[in-house]
Each structure stands twice: as structure tokens, then as C-alpha cells.
Unconditional design. Structure first.
Length: 735
């Protein structure tokens, strides 16, 4: 026992400088190790309350001075400030830039003068600066390792002596274009430019050249292609890839048919959106037995056999792998595969013999799966349906939305293939009910849609919600994906599963789930305990049911969705929380998703007795596919925003009933009840009080009069501005 640290045992009391020295020595002897308060106090034998408080106070100061890193509220580790670190740069229009260090630590502030002209997404090396008293931590970029992009899209400004690009994304520097490198571009045209020279110590501007003129500002094609170019997504298909696709034969040999199960004489149909061209899934059904105790059906989920035509490593495969997904903007589809493949050869078009990869189920009347197999097939679709047609047939025959009841047996079925469709619908509803009973989460969000004219201008905005016809297809796709994942991933105990890309979805963020609980209390609702995965799913489903049809429904769903993790692709299976499946993959859309093609190839390989594929290689492909899925989603969202703003330009000055759909420190987002178009009410326009942002409770609170704006509140708004450049609507509150 050391007398110097035991002040009540007599002897000399330890001083603050002495204790600081002991703490420095302790952490220096534990480099890289995170140590809790409790461990520090125990190992330094600080067992009196004053000494404990003094030690904690000193460690707080050491963290402020960047000698220590505060890992949690009660643990620290030694900071290695001499070490050069790496991370990803995030630029902000207001100059409040930051770096997210590798390892997932909190962002570190970078002043513009210390940024070395880094841009959002750039990979950089940086070091920490000595912290000034009462200032936040700052970093300095010392090297740009890798530029995220070298092309920018924006508006050309051509002057007498100079041309430059006004980019769509905010940049803290100019993009200068020599007039000889304009490629015929004119003032106020949309253009794509490529960087020729980055800023250096002498020049603070980017030097670039025009690589493509997209068109005039406001022209539909120009604006849609600009959105794609901004995200680095392709808006043209390479001619060499199209040429390769055009050489692929559409014929099916007798030898190939002989290798497959033949479903050409079994009722088969596709059910898709009315404007779809790439039919990558079809459904079949036939009764294989029936008696007094019930029926047994053979239900087939048939998927376009893309991997038969697209060989691994080919020029078509490399392009598909790079794209990873088809992109669906408001007015167009940018396909993953060349048109000849996605809309013709692979598409399961009616009355044409097609190659498929199929999951075949034997089901009884209760949709209990008695047997299943995964096989290569040849099919011939009897009919191409759109969702609206199937929905009409179901409703004509007494199948109301959501009831699951087949037509009354006393009358004839009405509509083409009505009996088969109604039987599929009844089985799908039983699958769906069982899925929810097992813990699948009920999120049923509406989708914004537009009617557009021949010039791409939106003439109507409306929302679509899934009906029975949509859910019919969804359930069979889900069960097929689950069955495929289980066929590879579900192995006997002690045996290692072969490599497969899974579609995984982690458990919700516990902190955000707690925020959701607190949020719904204000509406008089109390969420139940969410201590387990099953309890969390049940609590979320009860919440969705309780708020269905209520004015606050959208706000509650929004906060609940924010608590959810993003689904992604990975070879490391952790299950799918949202669906409550232990095994899940994507097998059913290889025309528009590259992971599905990967799964098809691996299934074929394993069926032929092949060894497990290289996990690291497939994990890289999974990460790339997940990233491209997110980029495509961002582009799709931007196209919706653009059309929404374009539509509302015809309604400036008009008033609408709306609900508060978002709260930020700089204003309120409100969604119009009539058409769900969303706009911003800047905080500067709230003249009746000085408002402060309460992030925890999702609200703005007036300092003087305590007026409050919170998610779900009813407001009356007027459309004030519609900025197509920024894809932004501004509203004002109508008193």
C-alpha cells in the first residue's frame, strides 16, 4: 500500500501535479488500451472520494488537451497525436468541414484553410492540431490519398475571357474551363467536366475540360442525366457491351431443354407494374392432389436465368458488376444489362419459351410447405398481367383488399385465369399472416408517383400503396429467397456453410428505439419492452397498428424507420431483422440486381459439386453492391424531388393543409396532405418567437412564448418558392 495515495493513513497527501504525473505514466504503459474509470482508480489505489474526483477531473483535462481520447463517458485511452491518421473527408458549404477517422470515431473538425482543398468522399491523411483553450479539436489534412471523383456536373458560365462550371454540389473552390476545352458548350447549359489539374499551393481553383454537354437548363433529359452524372452513374450504355449482347443467340436448343425441368404446359404468368418491360419473375400453380382432407398444390417461382447468358468475366458481366443495379428515375430506367438481354432474351415474356432458375414448392391449403426444390427449368408464360388487372380480378370475385377470402363457391369465377390467381392470393395471404406472427415488421409506406407528359413534365402527383396483387407476388418472392438462402446456409451443427451473398438486416439502434419510445408518449401511446429481437418486432407492429389511419402515422413511421438499420449484402450471415428470417438472400431479380446473378452462379456451382467460393472476393462484391444500391437510391430520390418541385412551380402562392414531417435546427419540413409534396419553412421565417431546436424530442420551442412545432403537427402553409436548381420548395406558415 503506497502512503502517498492514502491520504487518511497518514503521511504526505498527494498533490494534483503528482497525481497527473501518475496518470500520465499509467496511460503511457497501456498504449492502445481502453481503460475504465473503475480500473484506473483500482490500479492506482485511489480509494477516497476526494482523490477519485480529482483523478476524474484530471483525466477530463487530459482528454481536452488531446493527451487522452474519451472513448465512452467512463473510459479513456492514450491518444497518439504524433501518429498520422487516415479517414474520409466531408465538405460543408459553410466551411464546417470534418474528417471521419478510420475506426468509426467521431468526426473531427477541419477548417477550410487546413483542408488542402479536399472534397467530400476524398480519402485523406491528417494529423491533429494542438488544441487552443476553449476550442474544439481540429485536424489538418496533410495528404489527399485518393480523390472520390474527378468529374463534376453543373451549369456552364461562359464569359468573354473565361468559362467556369457552377457545380450542382457545393464546392469551396472554382472550376475553371479553358475556352478551348468547352467542346461547343454555351452559357447556361448543363455539362459534365473532367478535372485536368487539382488545386495546389499556387492555384486555388480546379482546372477542367468539358466531356459532355447534357442540354439546356430545365430540359427534362438534361436534368435527369445531370442527376445521374452527379452521382457518377452511367447515363449511356457502352457500345461495345451492347454489341456483345446483340451477338447472343435467343434460341434454345433441344439439348438445353433436356437438361431442365419442363414447365411449358403448366399455367404460368407474370405480374408487374403496367409500364414494366423486364419481366424477371413468373409464378406458376397446378393442383397435384386433392381429397376430403385438402388439396396439395405445386407452386413455382420462376426467375430469369441471366447467368446462362451472361458468363462470368465477360464484357457484359464486367459492366453489370460495375453498375450492380438498375436505376429507376421518375421517367426512365437505366438498366444494369443491355436492352437486348433485359427486355428481350432474359425477360419472361408471354407465349415465348424462356430459360429460368426456379424454386418449386409443394403446399397444402394452409400454405404449409411440404417439399421444395431449386432447379433449372424451361417455361412458357400464358399471360402478362399488370398489378391493376390482377387486383380487379380479385375484387370482382369478392376478394376484398386484405381479407384473404376466395370467391364465393356458388358462382363462376370472373376473369381470365381467375381461379389460379385467387388460389395464389389465398396461399400468399396465409404465408404473410404466418410471417407477421413469427416477428416480421409491418412497414407499409406509400410511394410517390407522377403522371408525366411527352416532354417529361409532371401533370399529376399521387401516392400508391401496396394492394393484394402486389403482396401476392411479394410473398412468393420472399419465401423463394428464404428457401435459397437456407439451402446453402443452413447446415448441420459442426459443418461450415459454403460462401453465399446474403441479404442481411441488423437489429435496430437501441438509442434510437429509446427515442422512438419517448416520441410516441406525447401521442398517448406507450411502447412495450424491447429487450429481445422478437419483443422489438412485436412492439413495432403494435405501434404501426395503433397509428394506422391517424394524422400522426407518417411522423411515427418516419421516426421508427430512422431507428432501423439499413439492409445490405454480406457473406457473413446475421439474419434479417425486418423479415424475421434467419437466412435470406436475393435470388429473384437477376435482370436488375447483380447479387442475384452471383447467387445463381453459386447455386449452379454447388449443385454440380463445386467447392465453396472465395469468401473475401464475394464480400468485396457484396460491399460494392451495397454501396451502388445506396447511390442509386439517392439518385432516384433526387429525381422525385426534382419532379415534385417542378410540379409545384404551377402552384406558387396557393395554400394547403399540411403536417410537420421533419424538424431541424434550421427549420421545419412540412408535407402537404393533398399530394404529399414536402417543403421547408426556414426558421428565419418564423417571426413570432426565437426558436430553439430540441433534438431529443424532435421539436422547435419558442424561447419567449414557448410555442412548439413538433413532428405530426397540423399546419396551414403557402407555397412561397420553388427552386429547381436546388430541388427545394419553400413554404411559409399561414397564421
Amino acid at each position: 500500500m503506497g502512503k502517498k495515495t492514502r491520504e487518511k493513513k497518514g503521511g504526505k497527501r498527494i498533490t494534483r501535479p503528482q497525481l497527473a504525473e501518475k496518470l500520465e505514466a499509467f496511460f503511457s504503459s497501456h498504449p492502445g488500451q481502453t481503460v475504465s474509470f473503475k480500473d484506473v482508480l483500482r490500479q492506482l489505489r485511489l480509494d477516497t472520494h476526494p482523490m477519485k474526483m480529482l483523478a476524474i477531473d484530471i483525466m477530463e483535462e487530459m482528454a481536452w488537451d488531446d493527451y487522452l481520447v474519451k472513448v465512452t463517458d467512463s473510459s479513456y485511452r492514450l491518444a497518439d497525436n504524433t501518429q498520422v491518421m487516415e479517414g474520409v473527408f466531408q465538405a460543408k458549404p459553410n466551411g464546417r468541414n470534418s474528417i471521419i477517422p478510420d475506426g468509426g470515431e467521431h468526426p473531427v473538425f477541419v477548417a477550410e484553410r487546413n483542408s488542402l482543398s479536399a472534397l467530400t468522399g476524398d480519402r485523406v491523411r491528417f494529423c491533429m492540431l494542438a488544441r487552443k483553450r476553449s476550442h474544439i479539436r481540429e485536424a489538418q489534412v496533410i495528404e489527399i490519398i485518393e480523390r472520390r471523383k474527378d468529374q463534376f456536373v453543373g451549369k456552364l458560365k461562359v464569359e468573354a475571357d473565361l468559362a467556369f462550371l457552377v457545380p450542382q454540389e457545393p464546392l469551396a473552390m472554382n472550376i475553371i474551363i479553358p475556352k478551348s476545352k468547352l467542346k461547343g458548350g454555351k452559357n447556361n447549359q448543363r455539362a459534365v467536366v473532367k478535372v485536368v489539374a487539382w488545386p495546389d499551393s499556387e492555384h486555388r481553383s480546379i482546372l477542367a475540360e468539358v466531356v459532355d454537354i447534357l442540354g439546356e437548363i430545365g430540359e427534362n433529359d438534361a436534368e435527369m442525366n445531370a442527376i445521374l452524372a452527379q452521382y457518377g452513374l452511367p447515363y449511356k450504355y457502352p457500345k461495345a457491351v451492347e454489341d456483345a449482347a446483340n451477338k447472343i443467340s435467343d434460341g434454345i436448343t433441344q439439348e438445353e431443354i433436356a437438361r431442365r425441368e419442363d414447365f411449358r404446359d403448366v399455367f404460368t404468368c407474370t405480374i408487374d407494374p403496367h409500364d414494366a418491360k423486364d419481366f424477371d419473375d413468373a409464378s406458376s400453380i397446378r393442383k397435384i392432389s386433392g381429397n376430403d382432407t385438402g388439396n396439395l398444390y405445386e407452386v413455382g417461382v420462376h426467375i430469369a436465368d441471366v447467368s446462362h447468358y451472361v458468363t462470368e468475366g465477360s464484357i457484359i458481366d464486367k459492366e453489370a458488376q460495375k453498375r450492380a443495379t438498375s436505376i429507376y428515375l421518375v421517367d426512365r430506367t437505366i438498366p444494369m444489362l443491355p436492352e437486348r438481354l433485359c427486355n428481350y432474351i432474359c425477360s419472361l415474356r408471354p407465349d415465348e419459351e424462356k430459360l429460368a432458375y426456379s424454386v418449386i414448392f409443394e403446399m397444402n391449403d394452409e400454405a404449409e410447405i411440404k417439399n421444395s426444390r431449386i432447379v433449372h427449368t424451361v417455361i412458357k408464360s400464358n399471360r402478362r398481367f399488370c398489378y391493376e388487372e390482377v387486383q380487379e380480378i380479385l375484387e370482382k370475385n369478392g376478394v376484398k383488399d386484405g381479407t384473404g377470402e376466395p370467391a364465393p363457391k356458388k358462382k363462376e369465377y370472373e376473369g381470365e385465369y381467375a381461379k389460379e390467381l385467387i388460389t395464389l392470393d389465398a396461399l400468399a395471404k396465409k404465408l404473410r399472416a404466418r410471417r407477421f406472427k413469427n416477428g416480421s415488421v409491418k412497414f407499409d409506406r406509400e410511394e410517390m408517383r407522377f403522371d408525366i407528359d411527352e416532354k417529361g413534365k409532371p401533370t399529376r402527383v399521387y401516392f400508391k400503396r401496396s394492394k393484394d396483387a402486389n403482396k401476392l407476388i411479394e410473398e412468393f418472392m420472399l419465401i423463394a429467397n428464404k428457401t435459397v438462402a437456407e439451402s446453402v446456409g443452413k447446415v448441420p451443427k459442426g459443418k461450415k456453410a459454403k460462401t453465399l451473398p446474403y441479404r442481411v438486416h441488423d437489429n435496430p439502434d437501441p438509442i434510437k428505439m429509446e427515442q422512438l419510445k419517448q416520441f410516441v408518449v406525447r401521442f398517448g401511446y406507450k411502447m412495450k419492452s424491447t429487450s429481445t429481437k422478437g419483443a422489438t418486432a412485436r412492439a413495432l407492429n403494435s405501434l404501426m397498428d395503433a397509428f394506422e389511419g391517424r394524422a400522426e402515422s407518417n411522423a411515427v413511421q418516419l421516426v421508427a424507420l430512422k431507428a432501423m438499420m439499413k439492409a445490405k449484402y454480406s457473406t457473413h450471415n446475421i439474419g434479417h431483422f425486418g423479415l424475421a428470417f434467419d437466412y435470406y438472400t436475393h435470388f429473384t431479380s437477376p435482370i436488375r440486381r447483380y447479387p442475384d446473378t452471383m447467387v445463381h452462379r453459386l447455386l449452379t456451382r454447388y449443385a454440380e459439386g463445386g467447392k465453396s467460393a472465395n469468401r473475401d472476393y464475394y464480400e468485396e462484391l457484396c460491399e460494392h453492391s451495397s454501396q451502388m444500391e445506396q447511390v442509386a437510391a439517392n439518385a432516384e430520390r433526387d429525381s422525385i424531388k426534382y419532379k415534385m418541385v417542378e410540379y409545384m412551380t404551377e402552384h406558387l402562392g396557393e395554400e394547403y393543409d399540411a403536417h410537420v414531417s421533419g424538424i431541424t435546427s434550421y427549420g421545419i419540413y412540412a408535407e402537404i396532405d393533398e399530394n404529399h409534396c414536402e417543403g421547408m419553412i426556414p426558421i428565419r421565417d418564423l417571426k413570432d418567437d426565437y426558436y430553439e431546436f430540441d433534438e431529443k424530442n424532435f421539436c422547435l420551442v419558442g424561447r419567449r412564448h414557448h410555442n412548439r412545432y413538433q413532428l405530426g403537427d397540423e399546419v396551414r402553409i403557402k407555397v412561397a418558392k420553388a427552386n429547381l436548381e436546388k430541388k427545394q420548395l419553400d413554404f411559409t406558415i399561414v397564421e
